[in-house]
Write a protein that binds this ligand. Structure first.
Ligand SMILES: [Fe+2]
Length: 145
């Protein structure tokens, strides 16, 4: 359970940093299809925001303290922040896709640990998250073709 809590905390931190990172792309995307991609990035940070809360609350239910400070998120997270500048649309999709793939990988690792310990509620939560990531990753792969 200790390793699972450590990784769940990492997931909380990665979701928190990505919430900001996706706003960066939401604000700074440029190009002919600005509005569409701007709104799409918003859908994704809304999704991430819900997952952030859900994973943290699951940690509470399991008797643990999720990280709840921005400075801790930056220490724990592997997500690299990006500078404030214009981002062309393919670049936006590439960054979003890479981050969602990393979240999916971490979620999958935690899911396996939770499954080993019979923690099926965490398994179910993560499976829903992974299904959602898969769909968005597919969307971005199609957009990048
Ligand atoms: Fe906005």
């Amino acid at each position: 359970m200790e390793k699972q809590m450590k990784l769940m905390n990492q997931l909380v931190a990665d979701l928190a940093v990505n919430f900001v990172k996706f706003h960066n792309l939401h604000w700074n995307v440029v190009g002919e299809r600005f509005k569409e991609v701007h709104e799409y990035a918003e859908e994704l940070y809304d999704m991430i925001n819900e997952q952030y809360d859900e994973v943290a609350e699951r940690m509470k239910m399991l008797g643990s303290f999720p990280a709840a400070q921005l400075k801790t998120y930056l220490e724990l997270s592997n997500v690299e922040e990006i500078e404030d500048r214009d981002y062309q649309i393919p670049e936006v999709f590439k960054i979003l896709k890479e981050e969602l793939e990393k979240l999916r990988d971490l979620g999958t690792e935690i899911r396996t640990l939770a499954d080993d310990s019979g923690d099926f509620a965490t398994v179910a939560m993560l499976e829903d998250m992974i299904i959602a990531y898969d769909k968005e990753i597919w969307f971005m792969e199609q957009a990048l073709k």
